[in-house]
Design a binder for this molecule. Structure first.
Ligand code: ADP
Ligand code: MG
Length: 322
């Protein structure tokens, strides 16, 4: 049986830590990422791709700020859309190049600029937590807080940084289009950077908001709404660990949502990095998904085959595996 997989790519799929972020660096990383995705297609998996955008949207925000005396700066939702287009372009081209000469039935890459609906009453709007854009001095930050009503915080001694709300993703606005493309065997790249956050007003119209949706949580929505069998989060560690980086560190192989919740409550997963991944995979299984995986990018196919990565399954499924 062919299995449908939604793959969420982490930051390392586009930019390695320590790199500056030139186009050449990013394209080189994207090319090796494309190879991993093509390996999955060659093995017969049906794939939808989503990805992060942290460093890229950060750079776009800086460009906007720096150029604001010359051209009008764009709001954050537009910057998010720009980053989806930029990364989508690189992925589509790299995938197409990588597929040259390979006998794959279909799977023409295409990128969907995606809006994701959030609840205007989401408690996150009252408590912005996600740092974005450039670092500023205290004086500059204060000016922005007064003039624009933005929220800025001192970020671990490195300077002042704007924080925006990180609301929960509710629904993918372009899901019908994504489903049709997928059914016609297009390799869809969607919901980049967690999607462009929008709210639906009483009259049914949508409007962009200044916020950032977590890409792993949006990936879960995408997996659910596209009817995926497997939701796989690819990152720069081989598995989820408890006691991460401590002498008694233990990598998890097969776990249930309930076991992960217990570890989560014990504080094993870092906020903003592993914690949202764990929350996303728990949700996928609790919402009826078959299998979720957290694995390292370069062992994606092996993780799909169950040979590595942390596999998250229901209690029933776990007892049949072990
Ligand atoms: P991505 O861009 O893939 O979302 P993140 O940096 O957000 O990457 O999350 C992956 C990071 O989470 C790993 O590099 C690791 O340092 C960190 N991490 C925190 N807690 C854990 C844990 N319990 N197990 C594994 N990795 C963890
Ligand atoms: Mg992350």
């Amino acid at each position: 049986m062919t299995e449908k997989v939604v793959v969420a790519l982490g930051g390392n799929a586009i930019l390695q830590s320590g790199q500056e972020g030139t186009f050449e660096e990013q394209m080189e990383n994207v090319q090796s990422t494309a190879m991993q995705i093509v390996r999955m297609l060659e093995a017969g998996y049906e794939v939808v791709v989503t990805h992060g955008n942290g460093p890229q949207v950060g750079a776009i925000l800086i460009q906007n700020e720096a150029g604001s005396n010359l051209v009008p700066p764009m709001p954050m939702d537009v910057c998010g859309a720009e980053s989806q287009g930029m990364i989508g372009y690189m992925l589509c081209q790299a995938l197409r190049n990588c597929m040259l000469g390979k006998k794959l039935k279909g799977w023409e890459p295409c990128c969907v600029v995606t809006q994701v609906e959030v609840d205007p009453d989401d408690p996150a709007f009252a408590n912005p937590t996600k740092p974005v854009g450039p670092f500023y001095t205290a004086e500059e930050a204060e000016k922005r807080m007064i003039e624009k009503g933005e929220v800025w915080i001192e970020d671990s001694g490195r300077g002042w940084r704007r924080v925006v709300p990180s609301p929960d993703p509710k629904h993918i606005v372009e899901i019908e289009g994504i489903r049709h493309l997928f059914d016609e065997r297009f390799l869809v790249i969607a919901c980049g950077g967690g999607g462009i956050p929008v709210i639906k007003k009483k009259d049914g119209t949508y409007q962009g908001v200044e916020a950032v949706i977590d890409k792993d949580l949006a990936g879960e929505r995408l997996a659910q709404e596209v009817g995926a069998d497997i939701f796989m989060i690819l990152t720069d560690v081989p598995k989820v660990a408890i006691n991460f980086k401590k002498p008694n560190e233990k990598w998890l192989d097969v776990v249930t949502p309930k076991e992960l919740r217990a570890y989560e409550a014990e504080g094993h997963f870092k906020t903003g990095s592993m914690e949202p991944k764990v929350e996303a995979v728990i949700r996928f299984i609790e919402n009826g998904g078959k299998r979720a995986i957290v694995a390292k990018l370069d062992s994606a196919l092996e993780a799909l085959k169950g040979e590595t990565g942390t596999q998250i399954v229901s209690v029933k499924e776990k007892s049949s595996i072990l």
